[in-house]
Design a binder for this molecule. Structure first.
Ligand SMILES: *Cc1c(COP(=O)(O)O)cnc(C)c1O
Length: 472
């Protein structure tokens, strides 16, 4: 990737957000200094001393190196699931990082361990769990690994089934855990095929079904309620991978352009475990996933005895219910602070997701009228997939046109636009677009994750830009 110097007409460098961050960090540093002063004077050490000039030079070098990045903050970046954290999350993270607590054990940081319990209770509440056991993780991958680990302990020797469009981590982690992983076909909207699940669980081979609430590629929501009913009939566990989509639960059943169908989200309350990534739609920096179990008794699968930790308290240590050991207490503080400002309600964090949801719906409508672009499938959440329609309607033409539009958009120095591509196999493609000739096994289509609320006011500009590229 080459260094990109965008000519920004909007003063985004010193926008209100940037100034607020500076003020917030001043406050964080003052609070931290006051806390330290309470312990009296202490000596410094020359070994840690750094010359101011050298630090500044190194910081500037870092600044230059970091220019080799895509502008995730700008709505002209409409590609993958990437955006900067909210300044509040940054300030919360820095505040705790200055202390550097380790949420592995209570004595590693009592304050952030308590914050972790509080945010987990809020997340559990969002999904309709009452009693629960859960914790933060460094990622959705680890959170899903823990859910599958518990699934294996509860149903040893039985398989785990997940949809063909589920995240690849499930197949991979089944291999890590030594369990059989079974792929279930998806329907023409990218959702798990319930009839296929019914056939599969009737055989008795499956112990757990993973449903995805918001697939990574298309943002499709599996019919959690229908899969759950089938699984309950056969004593099969249901794990919900809502790493991407989880916070859309806040919009479930709300009316209007930003609503999402209620039934799958409401059914999560009756599933066995759920994973959500605050570092995707929870405004957090990377290093923040979460797993929550409905039955606290699953804690028994984690119990271990370590001679050198857990010595100051009878309370349950987070390290006792987690496969990871050291974890940043700062991640819990950042999320805790963020949720003070953006509570898990439709008007709180929900309003952030609603903007992207509306932008996706509006773009779908514009694409339906476009002579140069066609919607690949109706967006269920905030991920829009589409492809250029050139003269020849074949998979090879769609594939090369998608690749061209993405490449030309990213390569334009004056007015760049950053998109991503999704590979669709011929069957999936022709199910949605029977008029497209399947002259090869698959085709790339364009994909835009509209996870920044700023995408909403920018949408018409974005659409015009992509349409111009597609027109050639
Ligand atoms: C992102 C994602 C994962 C993996 O989570 P990481 O935080 O990237 O490790 C798993 N499942 C789904 C549905 C995802 O979107």
């Amino acid at each position: 990737m080459t260094t990109r110097l965008l000519s920004c007409r909007t003063p985004s460098g010193e926008s209100g957000t940037a100034l607020n961050l500076r003020r917030a960090l001043d406050r964080v540093i003052d609070n931290h200094r006051r806390w330290k002063e309470g312990f009296g004077d202490h000596p410094g050490h020359d070994a840690l001393a750094v010359d101011d000039g050298r630090l500044e030079a190194a910081l500037d070098e870092l600044g230059l190196r970091l220019r080799d990045n895509y502008p995730f903050f700008h709505p002209r970046y409409a590609g993958q699931m990437l955006k900067p954290p909210h300044p509040a999350a940054v300030a919360g993270y820095v505040a705790a990082m200055l202390v550097n607590p380790n949420n592995h054990a209570l004595d590693g940081g009592p304050a952030t361990a308590r914050m972790e319990r509080e945010v987990i209770a809020q997340i559990a509440g969002m999904f309709g769990f009452g009693e629960h056991l859960g914790h933060l993780t460094t990622s959705g991958t680890i959170a899903n690994l823990e859910a599958l680990y518990v699934a294996r302990e509860i149903h040893p020797g039985r398989a785990v089934a997940f949809s063909a469009d589920s995240h690849y981590t499930h197949a991979r982690m089944c291999r890590v855990l030594g369990i059989e992983g079974l792929s279930v076909p998806v329907d023409g909207a990218g959702r798990m095929d319930v009839d296929a699940v019914r056939d599969l669980v009737a055989g008795g081979r499956v112990g757990t079904v993973v449903v995805t609430a918001g697939t990574t590629g298309l943002g499709a929501v599996d019919p959690v309620h229908e899969v759950l009913a089938v699984c309950r009939d056969h004593g099969v566990r249901v794990h919900v991978d809502a790493a991407y989509g989880g916070f859309f639960a806040l919009l479930a059943g709300t009316a209007g352009a930003d609503g999402v169908a209620a039934a799958p989200w409401e059914a999560i309350a009756h599933c066995d475990s759920v994973v959500v990534d605050p570092h995707k739609h929870g405004l957090q920096p990377y290093g923040c996933g979460a797993v929550v179990f409905r039955d606290p008794a699953v804690g028994r699968f984690y119990v271990h005895d370590s001679p050198y930790t857990y010595f100051t308290s009878e309370e349950l240590h987070l390290g006792e219910i987690s496969l990871e050991c050291s974890r940043a207490g700062a991640a819990a503080a950042a999320l805790w602070l963020t949720l003070r400002l953006f509570p898990l309600t439709a008007d709180g964090l929900g309003a952030v997701l609603a903007a992207g949801r509306r932008a996706a719906g509006r773009w779908a409508a514009l694409l339906a009228d476009s002579p140069y672009l066609r919607l690949y499938q109706e967006p269920e959440l905030d991920i829009v997939t589409y492809f250029p329609v050139a003269g020849d309607l074949s998979l090879s033409a769609v594939d090369s046109a998608s690749q061209r539009v993405m490449g030309e958009g990213m390569g334009d120095r004056q007015d760049p636009v950053f998109l991503s591509v999704l590979r669709a196999d011929a069957r999936s493609f022709t199910l949605r677009h029977p008029d497209v000739r399947a002259d090869r096994g698959e085709a790339r289509v364009l994909r835009s994750v509209l996870m920044k609320p700023e995408s909403e006011p920018y949408l018409d500009t974005l659409h015009r830009r992509v349409e111009r590229l597609a027109a050639g």
